[in-house]
Design a protein around this ligand. Structure first.
Ligand code: FAD
Ligand code: GLY
Length: 395
C-alpha cells in the first residue's frame, strides 16, 4: 500500500499521512461499482471490477435517470430522504468531474419535475403529498392547471393541478455508464466482462479477494456492488443480504428533438415520462415481484402507454423506439445497504432500489471515504447491513 492522491469526491483528509491505497476488487460493473472503482483508481488504488455479463447493462442501463428526491419522497423514509437530498446536491459536481475525466457528456439537465393530477381524486392525493413535502421543508410548489400547462403545453386539458419540483433533475443513465467506463479505463481500472464473482474469499475473518471462474483474484478490500444479483455472490461467513430483483418494464418513444412534446420530467398517475435531449421520451415503469423474469408483457406495456396517453394525449402519434425490462436491487426496507460487513475488508454498496442513479454521488463518496480513510459518512451510517441482522439470520 502507498500514500493516496486526491479526488473530487474524497474528503481532503485523504491526502493526510497514514491514508493508504489498498488493492480493491469490485463485484459488479453497474454505475455503483464503476463509480467507486473510478474514484479509488484516481486516488491511486489498484482496482479490478468483475462483471457477470457486460458491464453497465444491468439496472443502470434500464433506468430512467430521474434524480427525484422530492417527487418520490414518502412518509416513513425521512432518513433516506436526507441521503437522497445530499446526493441531489452532489450531482452537479459529480457530473462535472465525470465529464472532465471521460471527455463525455452525461446528460445532466436541470429542468425540474412536474407531478400532475388528472382527476379531483388525484388532486386530493397530491395535495396530501404536498402537505407532507412542505412539512419536511422540501422545495415543492403547487400549480393550478393553467400554470402547469404553461410549463408543458401538451399536458391533457383535464388536469386538475400539479406539483412543481424545481430541484428534481435528470441525468442520462446510459451516458453516465458509458462515461464511467471511459473514466475507469483512463484511471487504469481493469474491468472484466463475463467474469462472475462466485464468492468472496476470506482468511481468518478477513477478505483476501474474489473467486472468479475458479481463480483467486487477491485484494485487500472487496466491494459487493452486484445490484439485484448481490445474493448470487457467496459472502460466507457474512450473512446473506436481503436483496431481491424488482422488475420494471419500460419503453421509449421518439419525439422530434427540435420540437419535443415535453421539456421537464413529468409524473402522472401510474406513469413517469422523461424527455432526453436527443428526442427520446422514456416511459416507466412497472413495479413487479417476478424474480428475474425478463418478459415484456402486453399488460405492462399497455398500462404504461395508457397512463402516459391520459397525461399527454399527443404521444399517440410518436413511434415506439424500444421496450425493455430491468431489475431494481430492492432491499427489505427499500433503502440501500452501504458500508462494512461482518467480514473485515468486505464492503457493501448495493440495494439502491428505485434510486441508484440519484444516490450515485453520495454512495461513491461514502464508500471511497470509508475505504481510503475509514471515515463513515454521517448520512450513510443509518444504512449499514447490521439493521437487518436479527431477521437475516432466519433466511
Ligand atoms: P446494476 O446496474 O444492476 O449493476 C449490477 C451489475 O452486477 C450488473 O452489470 C451485473 O451483470 C453484475 N453482476 C451480477 N452478478 C454478478 C456476479 N456474481 N459477479 C459480478 N458481477 C455480477 N434510479 C434512479 O435513481 N432514477 C431512476 O429514474 C431510476 N429508474 C429506474 C427504472 C427501472 C426500470 C429500473 C429497473 C431501475 C431504475 N432505477 C432508477 C434504479 C437504478 O437503476 C438502480 O438502483 C441502479 O442502477 C443500481 O446500480 P448497480 O450498479 O447497483 O446495479
Ligand atoms: N425510480 C423510478 C423507477 O424505479 O422506476
Amino acid at each position: 500500500m502507498s500514500e493516496s492522491l486526491s479526488s473530487p469526491f474524497m474528503s481532503s483528509s485523504h491526502s493526510a499521512p497514514g491514508v493508504t491505497t489498498p488493492r480493491v476488487a469490485i463485484a459488479g460493473g453497474g454505475v455503483i461499482g464503476l463509480a467507486i472503482g473510478w474514484q479509488l483508481a484516481q486516488a491511486g488504488c489498484a482496482v479490478e471490477i468483475f462483471d457477470a455479463g457486460t458491464p453497465g447493462r444491468g439496472a443502470s442501463h434500464a433506468a430512467a435517470g430521474m434524480l427525484a428526491a422530492c417527487a418520490e419522497a414518502e412518509p416513513g423514509e425521512e432518513t433516506l430522504l436526507d441521503l437522497n437530498r445530499e446526493s441531489q446536491r452532489l450531482w452537479p459536481a459529480f457530473a462535472d468531474a465525470l465529464e472532465a475525466a471521460s471527455g463525455l457528456d452525461v446528460g445532466y439537465k436541470e429542468t425540474g419535475t412536474l407531478v400532475v393530477a388528472l382527476t379531483a381524486d388525484d388532486a386530493g392525493k397530491l395535495r396530501h403529498q404536498h402537505a407532507f413535502q412542505k412539512k419536511l421543508d422540501l422545495p415543492v410548489e403547487w400549480l393550478n392547471a393553467a400554470e402547469a400547462r404553461r410549463r408543458e403545453p401538451h399536458l391533457a386539458d383535464r388536469i386538475s393541478g400539479a406539483l412543481w419540483c424545481p430541484q428534481d433533475h435528470q441525468a442520462d443513465n446510459r451516458a453516465v455508464t458509458t462515461a464511467l467506463l471511459a473514466a475507469c479505463a483512463k484511471a487504469g481500472v481493469r474491468v472484466h466482462a463475463d467474469a462472475p464473482v462466485a464468492r468472496v474469499v476470506t482468511h481468518a475473518g478477513k477478505a483476501r479477494g474474489v473467486e472468479v471462474m475458479g481463480e483467486l483474484h487477491e485484494a485487500d478490500v472487496v466491494v459487493l456492488a452486484a445490484g439485484a444479483w448481490s445474493r448470487s455472490v457467496d459472502i460466507t461467513p457474512a450473512r446473506p443480504l436481503p436483496v431481491r430483483p424488482i422488475k420494471g418494464q419500460m419503453l421509449a418513444l421518439q419525439m422530434d428533438p427540435a420540437a419535443p412534446l415535453l421539456r421537464h420530467v413529468v409524473w402522472g398517475p401510474g406513469i413517469y415520462l422523461v424527455p432526453r435531449a436527443d428526442g427520446r421520451l422514456i416511459l416507466g415503469a412497472t413495479v413487479e415481484e417476478k424474480g428475474f423474469d425478463e418478459t415484456l408483457t402486453a399488460g405492462g406495456q399497455l398500462a404504461l402507454l395508457t397512463h402516459a396517453w391520459r397525461a399527454v394525449p399527443t404521444i399517440e402519434e410518436l413511434p415506439i423506439l424500444e421496450q425493455w425490462v430491468g431489475f431494481r436491487p430492492g432491499s427489505r426496507d427499500d433503502a440501500p445497504i452501504l458500508g462494512p460487513s461482518e467480514v473485515d475488508g468486505l464492503i457493501y454498496a448495493t440495494g439502491h432500489h428505485r434510486n441508484g442513479i440519484l444516490l450515485l454521488p453520495v454512495t461513491t463518496k461514502a464508500i471511497v471515504d470509508l475505504i481510503l480513510s475509514g471515515e463513515s459518512h454521517p448520512l450513510a451510517a443509518a444504512f449499514g447491513a447490521e439493521r437487518f441482522q436479527p431477521r437475516a439470520a432466519a433466511e
